[in-house]
Design a protein around this ligand. Sequence first.
Ligand code: ZN
Length: 289
Amino acid sequence: MKQLLLNAAEGPMTNPDLVAKRVAAETKQASLMNGFEFKLNGQKTTANQIDDKLEKSTDLAERKAVWETSKEIGPALKENLVKLRGLRNGVAKEMKYPDYFALEVAAYGMTTDEMLKMLEDWMATLRPLYLQLHTWAKYKLAEKFHQPVPKKIPAHWIGNRWAQEWPGLVEAANIDKYFEGRKPEWIVRTAEQFYTGLGFPSLPDSFWQKSDLYPVPPNEKRKKNTHASCWHVDLEHDIRSLQSIEPNARWFFTAHHELGHGHYFMAYTRPEVPYLLRIGAAPGFHEGV
Ligand SMILES: [Zn+2]
């Protein structure tokens, strides 16, 4: 019942006008994002090219230009995002949640206060370790780029658009050379073998036919979301993934991660599991894979 109400709160039919407006605004936001063309010094560039440069370039001026290019999507998304904020808060209020944040947090079985307290506690617990790691990283990066040690690490010094990961700090951890000359198909088939090697069943044939796993060729007009994801389309055997796999370590990790979602979806597809419960225990449940 709880899950049913949570699902209903995303599109409450007590207010069809609001839901229609939200669906239209979400669709518009997705198409703005997927259709966005990054430009570096006036030249078209792709998310994969941006990520490669941030991982490999040692030229700080180039890194700054590339990082700034990666952020140009923000202003393009802002106007409609502000509109969406109001609409999302509106659907949550329709189901008696104070705001959309509270609705999202409810999917973890928590209130806003409980979630914020948990995050604050983690921050406090991790802070001593974080400070040490941060200090080590800024000395290491200053050495790498031949710069004075900064107080805070400039964002374009880090090898990831969002500083989600801090790759390239330790030479020995660079495994890209193992992927040179490999085909993108090899990356994702190897990821699949990881799971079958653990004794999990193979992904259904339709996964390989219906997924969209490789970058759009430069001569094609089609746009696609460059962020990897995996979908349990019909909550049965139709499982698909969206990726833009190139033969490098980053996509090797990502392919393993996305297929992890797929194997969870397969595990949920059993007659004794009702459709409503064919999702993770919480929205973050699969993300550790
Ligand atoms: Zn994921």
